[in-house]
Design a protein around this ligand. Structure first.
Ligand SMILES: [Zn+2]
Length: 249
């Protein structure tokens, strides 16, 4: 009886606490091509996911330049989706209010071009005004001299999801944003041992997928699509650049 009473008081107190404001977000940006080179892209869709996995904000965006390719099989964006969409400046005006003061943004890796551009356009400076967490940094595996120039082995979002949450990355709009947040929530309170075991799981999953159990990436099937470079070395070629020459390895 006593313990029941105590519990219900705690529950009451809990209910009276102000709901913690959401301060951790992930952003899913999808771009369409506005030129033939792999860096000619303009954001055409944005989805902001909150720490509780709710969709805080989601909209298509009308690019301010002419669209060369929607790359629909990859982006899931159709021409008609953008007909009545707001412009990027209309979108940024709304976005700032959602982020509040000093948000934390969760993403896959440190090479997060469009996200940093977006945050800069909102007047947020990295470290000073917001914190950025790259999930791939959490699970990178130290491989020492085996890695040659690259001491760390980084895993893709798909590998991390399959290995750690037992589900593949789905293709729908917004699914990457949800995937970052799911991984963040699953590991934000874990300890060193959990991370060591997670890295090994990712390593095994990477090996498994490399043995032909993997969906071939769009850019590998189509090094160029509707004349637009997809930013990857065409399979079987001994070049060190993507078809348009912008990316070098
Ligand atoms: Zn290219």
């Amino acid at each position: 009886m006593d313990s029941f009473h105590k519990l219900s008081l705690e529950e009451k107190a809990d209910a009276q606490k102000p709901k913690k404001p959401i301060n951790v977000f992930s952003i899913d940006l999808q771009s369409v091509a506005t030129g033939k080179k792999c860096n000619d892209r303009s954001p055409a869709y944005i989805c902001v996911i909150g720490e509780d996995n709710s969709t805080i904000y989601e909209t298509f965006i009308k690019p301010d330049r002419r669209v060369v390719s929607y790359t629909e099989p990859y982006t899931g964006i159709k021409s008609s989706d953008l007909d009545d969409a707001p412009t990027m400046s209309e979108v940024t005006a709304k976005l700032k209010a959602y982020f509040g003061n000093h948000p934390t943004i969760v993403g896959q890796d440190n090479n997060f071009g469009h996200t940093i551009e977006l945050m800069t356009s909102l007047g947020f400076e990295k470290e000073k005004d917001y914190k950025y967490i790259a999930i791939s940094e959490w699970f990178k595996l130290y491989q020492g001299s085996r890695g040659g120039k690259y001491p760390y082995l980084y895993f893709t979002l798909d590998v991390q999801l399959r290995a750690l949450l037992n589900k593949p990355l789905s293709r729908g709009l917004g699914s990457k944003g949800r995937a970052y947040m799911n991984l963040y929530n699953a590991y934000k309170d874990k300890d060193v041992t959990d991370f060591e075991s997670a890295k090994q799981k990712c390593y095994s999953m990477r090996g498994y997928l490399r043995k032909g159990h993997k969906e071939v990436p769009f850019s590998e099937l189509h090094p160029t699509y509707e004349g637009v470079c997809q930013g990857r070395i065409p399979p079987g070629q001994r070049t060190a650049t993507c078809p348009c020459g912008t990316r070098k390895w």
